[in-house]
Write a new protein. Structure first.
Length: 277
């Protein structure tokens, strides 16, 4: 089974499960401390189930879900699926664990400070060794903190969407400890590689994102019972994006070393963890 989404209550979850059942997609639900997790039994149907999940989040009152409950499940006509805005907010918080959300909001706060006049001081304080003459080896945090710095809206949106999507899956299914290891290793070793390649003028969570992508993909291939996975199409997109980074197509300075380093970290950690019983 593979998890494709989370909803705040069983009534809403059952409505979606009933609809997917009518589409020939077998699903299961699991109660959590916060909300309900939804799983597709056949991983080959993951993409279809996830796409319908996104539609449900945006349009929980669509009559087709109520009709599906009549045809395939509960006939309670007073089901309350909630307002779309409330569903989206609830999905954001249930989709990410404490560490996922902590890193998410830390990056957002740093980005806000960066854009209201504190860019130089933030870069001096959080940038890699060598970014300022006063940066000494005693300031050990510098090996990681460049991962929290983002230079543009597209930069932070791309990274945080993937961080929430992949990091939330890992944390909710395998625990905060597993995500913490990937965050620390994927946010330090790729930074060292990027420094060797281009010097200290870099930042961003993309090394960690590629670590999460590699890890999630390997786990889905080798240990699907863990409940996480990344469809081949999504992984293909990440590989295309990585290759495009070596071109000047976007006119951007892309941390290719961090991307490759993060991917290697994730693949190796996934291979190791998928061997555990």
């Amino acid at each position: 089974m593979q998890e494709f989404g989370r909803l705040p209550n069983m009534r809403a979850a059952q409505a979606l499960v009933d609809y997917l059942k009518g589409q020939g997609i077998d699903c299961r639900t699991e109660y959590l401390q916060q909300g309900v997790a939804l799983f597709v039994v056949n991983p080959a149907q993951f993409s279809v189930a996830e796409l319908e999940f996104q539609h449900f989040i945006a349009n929980p009152g669509d009559p087709k879900y109520r009709e599906a409950s009549w045809d395939h499940g509960s006939t309670d006509t007073r089901m309350d699926y909630g307002q779309p805005s409330a569903q989206l907010l609830s999905q954001f918080f249930t989709g990410g664990g404490p560490l996922t959300l902590l890193v998410f909001f830390s990056c957002v706060l740093i980005f806000i400070g960066w854009n209201i006049g504190y860019a130089d001081s933030l870069f001096d304080a959080l940038g890699f060794f060598g970014v300022t003459q006063n940066a000494t080896l005693g300031e050990f945090w510098r090996i990681f903190t460049p991962s929290l710095i983002h230079f543009s809206a597209m930069h932070i949106i791309f990274n945080l969407l993937w961080w929430w999507y992949l990091g939330g899956k890992i944390e909710n299914r395998l625990g905060s400890g597993t995500l913490a290891i990937l965050l620390l290793v994927g946010g330090t070793l790729p930074n060292v590689l990027q420094y060797v390649i281009s010097g200290p003028g870099f930042g961003g969570l993309s090394g960690v994102v590629y670590a999460l992508a590699g890890y999630t993909w390997v786990m889905g291939q080798r240990k699907p019972q863990a409940g996480i996975g990344l469809p081949n199409s999504y992984m293909g997109f990440m590989m295309v994006w990585l290759l495009l980074g070596f071109t000047d197509l976007f006119g951007l300075s892309i941390a290719n070393g961090a991307h490759i380093g993060g991917l290697i970290v994730g693949l190796l950690q996934g291979l190791f963890d998928s061997r555990k019983r």
